[in-house]
Structure formats: C-alpha cells, structure tokens
Design a protein around this ligand. Structure first.
Ligand SMILES: [Mg+2]
Length: 215
C-alpha cells in the first residue's frame, strides 16, 4: 500500500547546508568576538526591544542593515569597541556549503518515489540571492515559503498552516524536517510528523520510518 505521506516539508539552514553554528562561530572568531560576548550582546538587545532582533529580521520587519546596526551597537556596549558588521553576511555565507547527502536523498524521494517537496525556511529577505539560485532550490522544491517574505516565522503556527494550504495537503500527509527542536514541536502541534535533523544518516533513517508509519 502506498504511504499516505505525500510531501516532505524541509528546513534550509542546518539541513541543506553544513552546520550553521560552526559557520557562525568561525565568523566571530575571525572578528575576535568571543561567542559569549555575542550572546550577552544579543541578550541586551533582546531586553531592550522585548524580542530577539533576529525574529523581526526573519519576519522581514527589520532590514539586514537595521539588524546589523542593532547587533553592532549591542556589541559596542559589550566589548567596548566598534565591531565591523558590514561584511557579516559575506563572511557567514562563505562558510556554508551544500549538504549533498541530504540534497541527493530528497531529490530521490521526489524523482524515484513521487513525493512532493516544499521548503519552509526562516530566512532574511536580502539573503535570498545567496542561497536560492546557488542551491538550485527551484529545480528541487515546488514550493518555497520564506519567513522574510510572508511576515511570519517558525515556530509560529500560522506559517505551518500557510505552507499546508499552499501545498493543498492535510498535515498528516506531510513529514517536516528541521534541525531545531522547537520548530519540530510546532510542526507536530500542527499535525505533521516531524524529524529533527542531527546528521544526514540519522535524518534519512527517521524520514524512512515516518514514511513507513504513514503506510
Ligand atoms: Mg535550520
């Protein structure tokens, strides 16, 4: 009997890329900013704004420049010297490369087994040219839901509902894949099966199990 799972709804950063944390840590190291100082600066900015500035950045409510200015100012308060933020995205993206094993697996799910593929990403509007053409996303995914363009972000329930409605599928027909636990929890609350990505071998095993359970 065919699986009742019809689509995979997949995250981008940390699943289709090499790990984000390593890239981020490398950039901070290059700039001589200890991760602890960055953590404190982000905490201070969060306290001052009532929300982590990453969240409105990802909802497209702050531009990349506005966000970097906020972080730069918070870092100035923390490390006591101006920190060059302008080239952050260049340095960060230079550290990220495709996770070829996951990409080939997802392509085989689509090409050999007829599954539909959607991408659901918390991202930054200005960064779209850095990943969408580079990863050849549109040859792979029939649907891309990017937080920056839809004004909502994971784990807000509305972005899962939007993705399902654009796919025209019920939640139970989808397996969601993301490296962040809270995004997986929200996907399960929305009614999807969810696999928290740790590495490609583990994720593929768990996706296969979810596809079998869906039979
Ligand atoms: Mg991710």
């Amino acid at each position: 009997m065919a699986s009742r799972i019809e689509a995979i709804v997949c995250d981008f950063g940390g699943v289709l890329t090499t790990p984000l944390f390593n890239a981020f840590a490398h950039v901070q190291e290059e700039q001589g900013i200890p991760l602890e100082s960055l953590g404190k600066a982000m905490w201070a900015a969060t306290q001052a704004r009532g929300e982590n500035p990453l969240f409105p950045l990802e909802r497209g409510e702050l531009s990349e420049d506005e966000f970097l200015a906020i972080v730069g100012e918070a870092l100035l308060g923390e490390v006591g010297r101006p920190v060059e933020m302008a080239g952050f995205a260049d340095r960060y993206w230079a550290q990220l490369s495709p996770n070829d094993e996951m990409i080939s697996y997802l392509r085989s799910l689509r090409d050999d087994r007829g599954l539909r593929l959607a991408l659901l990403t918390n991202n930054v509007v200005e960064w779209e040219p850095r990943w969408r053409p580079v990863w050849d996303i549109d040859s792979m995914f029939e649907l891309v839901v990017d937080s920056g363009f839809v004004g909502m972000r994971k784990p807000e329930p509305e972005i899962y509902e939007l993705t399902l409605s654009r796919l025209g599928l019920p939640a139970k027909a989808c397996v969601f894949v993301d490296d962040l636990e809270l995004n997986c929890v929200a996907a399960r609350e929305a009614g999807m099966a969810a696999v928290q990505f740790v590495d490609a071998a583990q994720a593929i095993t768990e996706i296969e199990a979810a596809l079998s359970e869906g039979r």
